[in-house]
Design a protein around this ligand. Structure first.
Ligand code: HEM
Length: 468
C-alpha cells in the first residue's frame, strides 16, 4: 500500500525539500570554513569569530537532522525510479545512510571535543550549550582527530551524492534531482546555482582533505596542530575555595576595579631592557633590605599562587601562574617599614590547554619573550580595618607600569619552634587594554572581555633569624 503510494509520489514533502537544501547549504559552507579557519593564525580575531559561527551552524545541522528524521517518519517519500539499476539503488542507500550518520557524528564529535577541551560552545551569541562531558585531554584529542577524519569522509560522501544526482539529471535525464528541488517547477537557474555552490565547496573541501590526509600520512606528529579552538581556559590548579572568602571593602567593591585605582598617567617605558634592569635593580635593593629587616618573610611557593579570571564570549576562564617569588617585609605594627616586591614568571602560566598557553605567550597578549615577568612593588601600607590592609604600589605588565591600590587580608599564626606563618589574600581587577594586552583588532570586548580579575594568595613564613 505504502509502496504503491511511494511509487506514485512525484516529489518529496515540501518540508523535507526545504530541510534538505538548508542542510546542504550549511554543510557546503561549513566544510570550506572548517578547513579554512584552522589555517588562520591565532593572532587573527577573525579565526575566533569563525570558530563560533562554525560551532553554531554545526549545531544547527544537528537540530535540522532531528527535524528531518521526524518528518521522514511521519510523511511518505518517493521510491527510487524503476529505471534505476540495482547497484545504483544500493549505492544510493549506502550513501544516504552514511550521510545521516555523518550528520549525527560530525556535530557530536565537535561538541564533545569542545566540552572535553573546556572550550565554549555559544549558539549564535544567544546562549551557551551545556558541556556534554567534563574536561578530558585524551578525549579531546580523540574527538579532534575523529572530527577531522569525519570531515574528510563527508567531503567524499557529499561528492558522491552530488555526482549521483548530476548523473541522473544530465545523463539519465530522469526526475531524481528535480523531485528534490526546493522549487516546484524545474528551474535551470536554481539548478545551475546549486551545482556551482556545491562544486566550489566540494573543490575547496577536497583540496583541504587531500592536504590533511597528506599531513596525517607523512607527518610523524600526526594531527597535533598548534592552532586550536577558541580558548575558554580553565585551570587544573584551580584557585582554592577560600579565595572566595576574601573580604573586599564595600567602597572598593563598588568600583569597576575591586581594590584598585589606576592612574590615567601611564608610565610607559619604551625600552624593555630599561624596564628589566630597573626591576632587577629594585629587586636587588629590596632583597638587601629584606635580608636585614626583622619583618621579612619567606614566600612558600608551594602554597602560594596568583591566578586570574578573564572572559571569552562572555564565558569566564581561569589561568594560574606557577611561580610566585619576591621579597616581603611586612609587620602590622610597623606598616611604615613594610614593603613588597612580588613577581610572577609569565611562561609559567597554565590555563589547562597547551594551545591556549602557547597563544597567551605571544606578543599580541603577554609577550613573554620580551617581558618574561610581571611585578607588583609597594612600599606604602594602610590599615583599613581588622586584618584588612591596602598596599599602595605599582603593577608592571609588559612595558607598562601603573599605580595599584591592592586591598588584602592578612592572617598570621604561630607555628612550631616559635615560628610564624602569614597568609595574604586579595583580589583586584584590571583592564587588560591599560597594559597593552590584546590591542588593535583584539581591543573590542566582544571576543575577550576587558576586565581581568586577579586573585592573589600568598603563604609565607617569617624569617626566624630576626624573631624578636
Ligand atoms: C555537520 C556539521 C559540521 C561539519 C560539516 C564540520 C566540518 C568541519 C571541518 C571540515 C573542519 C576542519 C577539519 C580539519 O581542520 O581537518 C572542522 C573543524 C572544527 N569543527 Fe566542525 N563541523 C561540523 C560541526 C561542528 C560542531 C557542532 C562543532 C562544535 C560544537 C565543531 C567544532 C569544530 C572545531 C573546534 C574545529 C577545529 C578543530 C581543530 O582546531 O583542529 N564542528 N569542522
Amino acid at each position: 500500500m505504502m509502496t504503491e503510494q511511494n511509487a506514485q509520489q512525484i516529489s518529496y514533502h515540501k518540508l523535507s525539500r526545504i530541510l534538505h537544501w538548508a542542510t546542504a547549504l550549511i554543510i557546503l559552507s561549513l566544510i570550506p570554513i572548517g578547513f579554512f579557519m584552522g589555517e588562520l593564525s591565532n593572532s587573527n580575531p577573525v579565526k575566533f569569530k569563525l570558530y563560533m559561527l562554525h560551532k553554531s551552524f554545526g549545531l544547527t545541522v544537528l537540530g535540522l537532522l532531528f527535524l528531518r528524521v521526524i518528518i521522514l517518519l511521519v510523511t511518505t517519500h518517493p521510491h527510487s525510479l524503476p529505471t534505476h539499476k540495482h547497484w545504483e539503488v544500493l549505492l544510493a542507500k549506502f550513501i544516504h545512510f552514511s550521510l545521516y550518520a555523518l550528520l549525527l557524528f560530525l556535530p557530536l564529535s565537535g561538541w564533545i571535543m569542545s566540552s572535553a577541551g573546556e572550550f565554549p560552545v555559544p549558539f549564535f551569541g544567544l546562549f551557551h550549550m551545556p558541556d556534554l562531558v567534563g574536561k578530558n585531554e585524551a578525549l579531546f584529542i580523540l574527538m579532534r582527530s575523529s572530527h577531522e577524519i569525519l570531515a574528510i569522509i563527508i567531503v567524499g560522501a557529499v561528492g558522491l551524492h552530488f555526482a549521483g544526482a548530476l548523473k541522473h539529471h544530465l545523463i539519465d535525464r530522469d526526475t531524481t534531482l528535480a523531485r528534490m528541488l526546493p522549487v516546484a517547477e524545474k528551474s535551470k537557474t536554481v539548478m545551475v546555482v546549486i551545482a556551482l555552490i556545491a562544486a566550489a565547496s566540494l573543490a575547496i573541501g577536497a583540496f583541504f582533505s587531500v592536504k590533511e590526509m597528506r599531513h596525517m600520512l607523512y607527518s610523524e606528529q600526526s594531527i597535533e596542530k598548534p592552532e586550536q579552538n577558541t580558548p575558554r581556559a580553565s585551570t587544573q590548579n584551580s584557585t582554592p575555595d577560600y579565595m572566595a572568602d576574601v573580604e573586599i571593602s564595600q567602597e572598593a567593591a563598588g568600583q569597576e576595579a575591586i581594590g584598585i585605582k589606576l592612574s590615567e598617567n601611564n608610565a610607559h617605558e619604551n625600552n624593555n631592557e630599561t624596564t628589566r634592569n630597573d626591576t632587577a635593580r629594585n629587586e636587588a635593593k629590596n632583597s638587601d633590605v629584606a635580608q636585614d629587616s626583622p619583618y621579612s618573610w619567606q614566600i612558600d611557593q608551594q602554597k602560594s599562587n596568583i591566578s586570574f579570571q578573564a572572559s571569552l564570549y562572555g564565558q569566564n576562564f581561569e589561568g594560574v601562574f606557577g611561580t610566585v617569588s619576591g621579597q616581603v617585609v611586612f609587620d602590622t605594627d610597623h606598616l611604615n617599614e613594610s614593603h613588597v616586591n612580588i613577581g610572577v614568571i609569565i611562561q609559567d602560566l597554565k590555563t589547562g590547554s597547551a594551545d591556549r598557553d602557547m597563544n597567551i605567550q605571544t606578543d599580541t597578549w603577554l609577550d613573554s619573550e620580551s617581558f618574561p615577568e610581571s611585578r607588583f612593588v609597594a612600599s606604602s601600607f594602610e590599615k583599613i580595618k581588622q586584618n584588612q590592609y591596602v598596599a599602595h604600589g605599582h603593577l608592571t605588565i609588559k612595558s607598562i607600569t601603573k599605580p595599584l591600590d591592592f586591598v588584602f587580608t592578612f592572617e598570621d599564626a604561630e607555628i612550631s619552634a616559635g615560628g610564624q606563618s602569614g597568609t595574604v589574600a586579595g583580589i583586584f581587577v584590571i583592564n587588560r587594554l591599560d597594559f597593552d594586552v590584546g590591542q588593535g583588532e583584539w581591543s573590542d570586548s566582544d571576543t575577550v572581555g576587558h576586565s581581568v580579575k586577579v586573585k592573589v594568595l600568598l603563604h609565607a613564613e617569617r624569617n626566624t633569624g630576626h624573631n624578636q
